[in-house]
Design a protein around this ligand. Sequence first.
Ligand code: NI
Length: 468
Amino acid sequence: MSTASPAAQPPPAHHRRARWWYVGGAVVLLVAATAVVGGILEHRAWEEAVADYDAEVARVTDEAEGSRARAEGAYEKSLDALEDTLEDGRRTYADSEGQVADPAVREPLADALDHARQLRAADVVYPSATRVVEEVVRPNPFFPETLPEVRVDVVDGSNPAPAELDDAAAGVAEATVAVADAHRQWAFDELRSATTEGRDALADLRPQVGEGALERLGDAVTDAEEILDAGPEAVDPGAAVPLRDRVLGTTHSLWSARLARIHEERRAAARADGVDCRVARCVALTFDDGPVADTRRLLRILARKDAPATFFMVGDNAAERPEIVRAVADGGHLVANHSWSHPQLTSLDDAAVREQLRSTQDAIFEATGSTPFLLRPPYGDVDGRVRSLATRTGLDVVLWSLDTEDWRTRDAQETRRRVRAQVEAGSNILMHDIHPSTVDAVPEIVDDLREEGYVLVTADLLVSEADG
Ligand code: NI
């Protein structure tokens, strides 16, 4: 009946609405909080991005600023160093011209100098590179913001690079040292060989030349020995070369004076014997390349004819037959130098020429007790250098004026005919005692010449030759 329990009723509508409000409010609050936190985080991230961007822009700007000046400074510094090295190298190269000849030493310096000069002359450029700081866009739609792209030009070194110049300078310096070392060694060797010549001259000339002149040579040799004692590393070519010239020049003039006196004395002695080639029609018979065994036969012929002759001996032969050398000198003939082994003297270096001459002088001195003062260079091959070396060894160069060509014809009658056909006053007649046909021709040649009124003398007495 009426107490029937009321059926379950839904809550009133306003209750339901209130519950939705709570839920909605919570959601709104949550969203708002999220937005605030998100906003804070986004802002922080953006500030970091801005800081990074600013730092990058500052770095790039810094790099660009003064980059050209730095590149120019580095280039100029290396260029200055290169100039100095080039100047050193150029001077060393020029100073050693004609003195350091070895291309293996010289060419690397020439090449290094060329390379360095090309680099020096090259137009320098300063290449630049663009540094880019990327644009940054803020992703926040509420605060749109963009940091613009930044482009900055930075000078990136130079072309040629300083390192290239430094390498070129190092190359020049290294090659310069090699040439300078070789130059010092050359000057040392030159001075040493001049000093040897000077010492030999002092020994050879001591009894015969005025003390004053010898003293000058002695002083020069002493100065040279001091330099030599210090070794090649310490030699200054600029000082050694003039000293070498002083030693050689003094030696040369002492020997020249000595040779002039020898000639003067011999001519005076000949005049005392009634032979004066300024007046008489003098000719000289000369025999080259011996002595050989057959030279003895020639000596007998000349003795029988009482005819003087001149023998230009090969030192090697003289050393082998000293008794014949002595017999030649004892026969009243003039013994002279024709080198040791008959080479072309102009093709030899100074030391070898000297050796050719001196060893022959020594062999003849051994055999005869006196030293030759005339040299006939083999083949007549002579130049100023060989003449000068000969003078400084105490030898005057004598060639010939009448060539019998006996070595070619090997015919006594032909040799005689050639002498008769070509002889004139002052003739220096070239023959060879190593050919029997020549020895065969000598008696008739002597007779022919005397019939024509010629006076036979040793080669040094001929006026034309000895006056030269
Ligand atoms: Ni000869």
